[in-house]
Write a protein of this length. Sequence first.
Lengths: 656, 261
Amino acid sequence: MAIGGPFDTFPKLLLRNAAQFGSRPAFRHKDLGIWQTWTWAQVAEIVRAYAAGLQRLGLQPGDTIAIVGSNRPKLYWTMMAAQTLRAIPVPVYSDAVADELAYVLAHADVKFVAAQDQEQVDKILSVSDRVPHLHKIVYDEPRGLDDYDHSRLTAIHDVIEDGRSALAADAALGGQIDEFIWQGDGSDISIILYTSGTTGTSKGVMLSARRCIDAATDTTRFDRLTEDDVVFAYLPLAWVGDHYLNYAQGLVAGFCMACPESGETIEQDRREIGPTFYFAPPRGFEAMLTRVMIRMEDAAAIKRSMFNYFLGIARRHGESILTGKPVPLSGRLLYALGRLMVYEPVKNVLGLSRVRVAYTAGEAIGPDLFAFYRSIGLNLKQLYGQTEAFLYVTCQPDGEIYSDTVGPAAPNVDIRIAESGEVQFRSPGMFVGYFKDQAKTAEAMTSDGYVKTGDAGFFDEKTGHLKIIDRAKDVGRLADGTIFAPKYLENKLKFFPNIKEVVVYGDSREFVCAILNIDPAAVANWAERNNIAYGSYQELAGHPLVYDMVAKDVAAVNRSLAEEKVMASAQIRRFLILHKQLDADDGELTRTLKVRRGFVAERYAPLITALYDGSHEADISTEVTFEDGRKGVIAARVKIRDLQPVGTTEPLGKAA
Amino acid sequence: MRAPDTSEILLQVEGVSLAFGGVRALRDVSFDIRRGEIRAIIGPNGAGKTSMLNVINGFYHPNHGAITFKGRTRAQMQPYEASRGGIARTFQNVALFKGMSALDNIMAGRTLKMRRGLLWQMLRYGPALAEEIEHRHRVEEIIDFLEIEAIRKVPVARLPYGLQKRVELGRALAMEPDLLLLDEPMAGMNLEEKEDMSRFIIDVNNYYGTTIALIEHDMAVVMDLSHRVAVLDHGVKIADGTPDEVKKNQAVIDAYLGVAH
């Protein structure tokens, strides 16, 4: 599958791009208020000089160089320069705390670190005694670093200048660099991406150059990305998504990567750049929508009614128009008017006017949210992937979009569902192994060369698309043998604006119960509009009318579950609204705000007992940690509500 | 903290007295500010700190005494002369152009550096355009320095207080002053904003080498930031020295905590 042809490494692609699209933009970065542009020819020249400079500092083939910082051209060039010398870049999350950073730097045996600024340099210096091979730190922004000991510290700018003058002085050096590039082999490890470590310690996923390029070639063809496209590079460097969608696809297709001015200016910068290919996790799209909605709330009545009217039109016809299904003429005309008055201006405000292809992934996206963007004409699709696959496992082709599937297998990817329900795949971009961890590598692979994703899923009968339901290890079974996928249920519930957090229980039980947190902002707003007085979160959470409202949401989820054969028996029979919000400070959530189901079960054991023993209320008292670190105890009596399952004539469960 | 490199005196205040009718705001106050240092003036409420600052930048004229700035002694000076001479200041209660963007406010700080007249500026053509681009570049450097890229185009009235203070600092910096007067730069800020502001003050001093005189209530901030501290009480200077010396001074302790009579 030699699609990349002779260009089986990234430096070779860089040279190809310099020759083929030499005068076209390769990178943009907003600096001092102005978008600076570098063409492919310029980047090739800089990377060559940078590589020469790094070689003079002692970077050898096979060495690892960590990259810590946000999306800066110089940090992307560090990857290219390292790959030129057949060294291996290891991007690290820039918000990693010192300990996490030390672990990755030491585990990856890094000899060099490229850091963005003083903050990152400080962090690296603070752990440098734990990184035995560390030889040199290079940095992008010199501010604040003047007084530092420069024996191990050099500005990237100076490294490039040094390389440039060395190249000018010594023609042989240039030949040597070229030699490196043409000797570079597709089987070289081109990058090590450390997993975020939500499932244990982070592992270094090694990817090879040819596999990266083959995978990226497939998807650039799939979405018809060319050198005319523009991406907005704002995703973390260390995340597979950035390396794939921006870096790898950028080099393969020859399109331009635009780097934001800073983390806080992303909204404005996106508007100015107008990317044509865009990725955001569901919460990114949600935040954008919320901003629009808040501003519409403040708009004049006439504008607001126009907005609402045309959103209604979009809901009725937008999706069909986007996928090319038949739509009555009147609908088309109204939709065209809506585009002029509402949809295009909204997209313009969000910086999405020019987007041809947009993806979302990472977690389940709410059907309403997904439908909103598609109905206003944004070609938003879903993909499913992981670092071990070099991103794509499945993705939705244009015209076959469903909010609850992640699409059929991506080009040249084989997927199968194991006996246990786990999704397994073989893909062009699949990883070579975990760095320095044979045992874990073996664990992640099947004997016949498939990669185990650890996710449970099934192929939807109607669409033939893959549906991911949960982490395989979290999937259990009810006492009657029905599949119980807690996250699948929780996500369905969380899509309701009133519900903020949910934990469902049911593994080896007779039926499913849920513990809910209401969303304080949404419910408080509702209470205000309906003149419902309350003194505290606890009081609001226990209010009978709030229970009624939430019961309707849960019933709606039960109705949708009833439609799915596999899930019909996993309807929620009983629920309660917790008297306090689940909080990371109390250990109930992880720092990335994921529920720690087991811990919650232990902590609220009396409530769970009550859910299953049929009582209608239960007392609970728990220790809480206040924001200033003090501890206290709150006690409450929590009510339990029963629900009639849909599609069964059976009376309320035996327990009730 | 790094001590200033030179002991060259930038500003010398000698025997300054100031009275408003019967109220004697300052009584025979003398001190100096060395080039490159961060100099704090502290004191309880009504000690005469802001009056002192107003005397330095020519807003008030002392009844007695003399001020020597960059080797030139003068009895009277107008505020615009002070700013031309290289003294910039920020105010206790933010004094920005509320309806203008952060960028325009900071650009306003460059007014004195602009050579082209109003007509040229209105035409925005040729040399005036080139000049504006050059000034914009300096302003962008300040925006980058103060990390306020995200609010560049936001009208300052919509900004939280801490950011307004930062914009005000930016405007003062845009004048490229020799002496920067900060009147309670941390007043009304929360802890995080205070820490940010402290870092910017130190950075300004380190990076631009600007001499800074600041008035502040928050003792902890003053002791961390400044190289030397002068203490005023009821218009009289009661102590002067390094933060450690001042902390131990009995008169200072009495002035702040009160004494049993």
